[in-house]
Design a protein around this ligand. Structure first.
Ligand SMILES: [Zn+2]
Length: 602
């Protein structure tokens, strides 16, 4: 019966009238002003008022977003076309009463921001992140969904991970979770696709839907590079995931009309990079990162994100793995695919170590706390000032620093690698669909290393608390050394300064532990003189700093709300490090590095 129903559905692209369903119709008659008209027919509603709502969260984004602000002219009618009473009961919620099981809604959507979170309706094409566009009826989260497009231009192509039907303008989703995770691009798209094989004999397709002005030759060359990345990613796990539609789609907007972003989904990713045609290779790192997510976070899934709520922010303690390990592999896959040189790879690792060890947010807050802070930092919406610079360091970077630490330990202590850990995690929690907890991660590390005490100590020291990992020692076997980034150079802190009349205004929070902070200087203060040197320009400040050394005591004159003050400040050296290959590595060091960075795929 179920098989038959699915067959009918697949053929007709609709659902039988006797079951609960959500049916959307999308038209954009006023695309020139970025408006769309969305109609929703909800069937088989239970008796009593129906609740229609817009989302406040979007899969892969952890802060809240009030998507309800961009819909208006909401109307509700019954099957006979009679208006139904509609009452707004919350910012994004509307109550519809008086229906007899079927409600038809219509609203206008304004969409003019193309990235991974929001949407764009434009005469040149559609770019739809679903929670930003489509409201739903509460209680019908498990109802099947159809979506039909009336496109401004019928020659446009549509790319999405939604299920196709025999009508090329109509798509389906089995439920709301899948639908909201399935962004859509429509327009003059150019496709590139290739087949990939899994060890079990199954064949699937990977395709890129390009929205770009790059030439065909540029797209061909770019596609070859993406192919290398996707095979290197699959080589880590030993196989591609089973994509439910039999295919994975990169929705790639590489044009100046989008905001820079990359957003992972189960069988697709939305990549938006405002790069000119000749510079599309800048997007390769994002392609690597997002494709790695097809395993790590889309299928190897933290229990804290299940089920994903569209109504509130989704707090997770595991983003240091979901995003951080993905960040680590993004750069590693590019290197294994020979698309990034060792220098670029070392710079990416140094940035992660600096974020973890040399920023107060990384040093004083652990990776769980950094992960949980995502709800306030991941494209968050508040406008007031926060102390983010002192209490948070990106879970992408600090998580990648943990991935590096775990990879080094597995190499140095157990003759294994992080690839072994990822593959074990895939088999236990990805392929099986069993979401993981922190304890599960620790258990997998215990199995992969064969050392329960080591795994417990790693989590105790670096995950639940905040000990500093000794990267300097751990990198030596690979012939890599840590060096101060600016040895002997005097430094006031990593501060943002703006030239103002008479001085330099501190335009961001000063960072705890740095000379300016310790000198009692804060955001908004204006630096006037250093000893007897006038600080009218950044050049003047740098010239003065160049004559000083870390440890020198100096007198800084500054103005706070118009009142002149002075502080005695001890100059420091920047704590930041960089990584370099040792000048003459031995045989073992060379071989470990080759093993680490060499291609895995055949
Ligand atoms: Zn990511």
């Amino acid at each position: 019966m179920i098989i038959r129903l699915l067959l009918i559905t697949a053929l007709l692209g609709t659902w039988p009238a006797w079951s609960q369903s959500l049916q959307y119709h999308f038209a954009a008659p006023n695309a020139v002003h970025h408006e769309a008209i969305i109609q929703l027919t909800a069937r088989q509603l239970p008796a009593g008022p129906a609740l229609f709502r817009m989302s406040r969260s979007s899969p892969g984004r952890y802060a809240t977003h009030e998507f309800g602000k961009n819909i208006y002219n909401l109307k509700a009618i019954d099957t006979a076309g009679n208006p139904l009473p509609l009452k707004r009961i919350g910012a994004d919620e509307y109550e519809i009463s008086g229906h007899s099981g079927t409600v038809k809604l219509q609203y206008t959507l304004y969409a003019n921001h193309a990235d991974g979170t929001y949407a764009l309706v434009d005469p040149a094409g559609l770019h739809l992140n679903m929670p930003a566009c489509f409201g739903w009826i509460k209680g019908l989260e498990n109802a099947p969904i159809t979506l039909r497009f009336a496109l401004p231009d019928s020659s446009w192509q549509i790319a999405t991970q939604l299920f196709a039907t025999t009508d090329r303008f109509t798509f389906t989703a089995p439920n709301l979770q899948y639908f909201m995770d399935a962004p859509v691009k429509a327009g003059t798209l150019r496709f590139r696709s290739w087949q990939v094989n899994n060890p079990d004999g199954t064949q699937q397709e990977i395709r890129i839907a390009f929205d770009t002005e790059a030439t065909d030759a540029q797209l061909n060359a770019f596609t070859e590079k993406v192919k290398k990345i996707t095979s290197e990613a699959a080589a880590v796990f030993g196989e591609y995931p089973a994509f439910e539609t039999g295919r994975y789609t990169f929705l790639a907007s590489l044009n100046p009309y989008v905001q820079g972003d990359g957003m992972e989904h189960r069988n697709s990713t939305m990549i938006t990079m405002p790069v000119p045609p000749g510079m599309i290779d800048y997007a390769l790192g994002t392609f690597a990162h997002e494709f790695f997510h097809a395993w790590n976070v889309e299928r190897i899934r933290p229990a804290s994100l299940e089920p994903f709520s569209f109504e509130k922010s989704n707090v997770s303690e595991a983003l240091w793995v979901a995003e951080g390990f993905t960040q680590y592999y993004g750069s590693l896959l590019e290197t294994r695919a020979a698309l990034q040189d060792e220098k670029g790879w070392l710079a990416s690792l140094a940035a992660c170590i600096n974020a973890k060890q040399h920023r107060p947010g990384g040093r004083h807050y652990n990776v769980i706390e950094n992960s949980q802070h995502a709800v306030f930092s991941d494209a968050g919406v508040s406008i007031d000032r926060t102390n983010t610079d002192n209490i948070f360091s990106s879970y992408y970077m600090t998580g990648a620093a943990m991935a590096l630490a775990m990879d080094l330990d597995l190499h140095n202590l157990f003759g294994k690698s992080l690839d072994d850990f990822m593959r074990a995690l895939w088999l236990q929690h990805g392929k099986t669909g069993i979401p993981y907890t922190m304890q599960d991660l620790q258990d997998v590390l215990a199995v992969v290393s064969g050392d329960t005490a080591y795994a417990a100590a790693f989590f105790r020291d670096y995950v639940y608390s905040n000990q500093l990992f000794d990267y300097s020692t751990a990198l030596q076997p690979a012939g890599i050394m840590l060096r101060p980034r600016e040895p002997g150079k005097a430094w006031l802190g990593p501060n943002r300064l703006e030239e103002r009349e008479g001085g330099l205004m501190v335009s961001g929070n000063t960072i705890a532990g740095t000379p300016l902070y310790l000198g009692g200087i804060d955001r908004g203060d204006i630096l006037l003189r250093a000893d007897e040197t006038n600080l009218s320009t950044e050049e003047a400040l740098n010239g003065w700093l160049n004559q000083k050394r870390p440890g020198n005591k100096v007198r800084l004159h500054f103005s706070h709300r118009g009142q002149e003050k002075w502080a005695e400040v001890t100059l420091q050296a920047s704590p930041d490090i960089l990584l370099e290959k040792m000048p003459s590595p031995n045989e073992n060091q060379r071989s470990l590095l080759t093993q680490w960075l060499g291609p895995r795929s055949r």
